[in-house]
Design a protein around this ligand. Structure first.
Ligand code: FAD
Length: 428
């Protein structure tokens, strides 16, 4: 029999941001009834773990170890925590329909979940699938977004120790997965068309440090115009390699496993025509409310006004998932002290290296240092420092980075260029 259940607040999507909605709402208003509806079979967790110790550590990181909100300094919200808090989490539940006027979700099973006060959309993003690339459906081709995909990829990498693995994509997922696969003992090749790794953030100088590090670790980098044009299979439908193409010249590259990390698209499909969209996401205002009253969007799916520039932006960063969750809850409870004011922050960890970035990577960049002793970049736009990247670094360095990206002090590019170390650069 179809069931209808009603709550004050309902979250669609049971991922990273949803866990932080539960944290914030339970802390601020424990009596407000909350339901999270998500299609994964596990409670909300810190998704960045999937491409890190999850893939290579011995023993590997596994749930329940990294449920939210451990990454944000909170408690680990396991099943007992949700039960104690009275938060209803509907796992393995795909939402197939949404009525934003009545704030009602319909599940694949035909049940309905109604939000009396607020519906929060937290559907995240999905990896871009290379559906037009021949061989896409072969056994041995992986993407990485959800826990179940991570488990399958882990098994595949374990089974491919000493064997060739191709990672398609030179962004952070490609970099992290390639590092994990190499650590496991696979023979890794990365294929990406860009001039260098992480082209959306890294300067050529930063990229060259990482490219050298990866090459020293035995990873072969096939980039600068090189595209994966086809995935090749054997008679049993299992991957045996890819066809790489550059300037019309085709080369076969052997692979037992192919991992594709070429970006993600926000999961907005359920809302096409129902709410306003912008920049590939659901458009929200400074309260994170969409064009439909009482319907909020947070995390990767939301396109929000970036207070520091006034422009509309969408951020696929875990810190944004955490902070939008807290801000939406404050807005819904009438406890917000102003518009959402996010300082863009992104981090990654590969091998034994970790880096952080704060602010905006716009304008001219000055890069100083090396990976061993500390590497930093500062971006200068219109005479002001607007963004900063640092490899390694102490807590004091992080505080300096935050202050710089927040306050955007006037700086002299010449003085920055004269710095001889990352520490000097941050101080200049
Ligand atoms: P998600 O965490 O993706 O949650 C969305 C949830 O909604 C999913 O569980 C999905 O199944 C569910 N859902 C979607 N549609 C439906 C539906 N119709 N019905 C039911 N449920 C639905 N960020 C960093 O800053 N640093 C990192 O190092 C980093 N590493 C990452 C590594 C990986 C492998 C990935 C995939 C992401 C990483 N990120 C990182 C990005 C970060 O994880 C995301 O920004 C964050 O997860 C966004 O949270 P979210 O809740 O918006 O989306």
């Amino acid at each position: 029999m179809m069931a209808t259940s009603t709550y004050k607040v309902v979250v669609l999507g049971g991922g990273n941001a949803a866990g932080y909605v539960a944290k914030s709402l339970v802390e601020a208003s424990p009596d407000t009834s909350l339901c999270i509806v998500g299609r994964e079979e596990v409670l909300p967790y810190e998704r960045p773990a999937l491409s890190k110790a999850f893939l290579f550590a011995d023993p590997p990181a596994r749930l329940p170890g990294f449920h939210t909100s451990v990454g944000g300094g909170g408690v680990r919200q396991d099943a007992a925590w949700y039960a104690d808090a009275g938060v209803d989490v509907k796992l393995s539940t795909e939402v197939t329909g949404v009525d934003v006027t009545t704030k009602t979700l319909t599940t694949a099973a035909g049940d309905t979940v109604v939000a009396e006060d607020a519906l929060i959309i937290a559907t995240g993003a999905a990896p871009i699938a290379l559906t037009k690339t021949p061989g896409w459906g072969l056994d041995g081709v992986y993407t990485l977004r959800e826990n179940a995909e991570g488990l399958r990829l882990y098994d595949a990498l374990q089974a491919a120790k000493g064997e060739p693995v191709v990672v398609v994509g030179g962004g952070y997922i490609g970099m992290e997965v390639a590092a994990a696969a190499a650590t496991v003992g696979c023979q890794v090749k990365m294929i990406y068309p860009d001039k260098h790794m992480m082209p959306r953030l890294f300067t050529p100088e930063i990229a060259s440090h990482y490219e050298k590090y990866y090459t020293d670790k035995g990873i072969e980098l096939l980039y600068d115009g090189r595209l994966c044009e086809e995935i090749l299979g054997d008679d049993e439908g299992k991957v045996r390699g890819v066809v790489m193409c550059k300037d019309g010249e085709k080369t076969e590259v052997a692979a037992k496993v192919v991992v594709v990390g070429v970006g993600a698209r926000a999961n907005t499909q359920l809302f096409d025509g129902a709410v306003e969209m912008e920049a590939g996401g659901i458009k929200v205002n400074g309260s994170l409310e969409s064009s439909a009253a009482g319907v909020y969007a947070i995390g990767d799916v939301a396109t929000f006004p970036l207070a520091m520039t006034g422009g509309m932006t969408r951020m696929e960063h875990v810190q944004n998932a955490r902070e939008t969750a807290a801000h939406a809850v404050a807005s819904i409870l009438g406890k917000s002290s102003g518009d959402y004011d996010y300082l863009p922050y992104f981090y990654s960890r590969v091998f034994d290296l970790g880096w952080k970035f704060y602010g905006r990577n716009e304008g001219t960049s000055v890069t100083v240092g090396n990976l061993k002793d500390g590497l930093a970049s500062v971006w200068v736009d219109d005479g002001k420092a607007v963004g900063v990247f640092m490899e390694g670094g102490s807590d004091a360095d992080t505080a300096a980075m935050v202050a710089l990206a927040r306050n955007c002090p006037a700086v002299d590019v010449g003085a920055l260029k004269a710095a001889t170390s990352a520490a000097e650069l941050l101080a200049a």
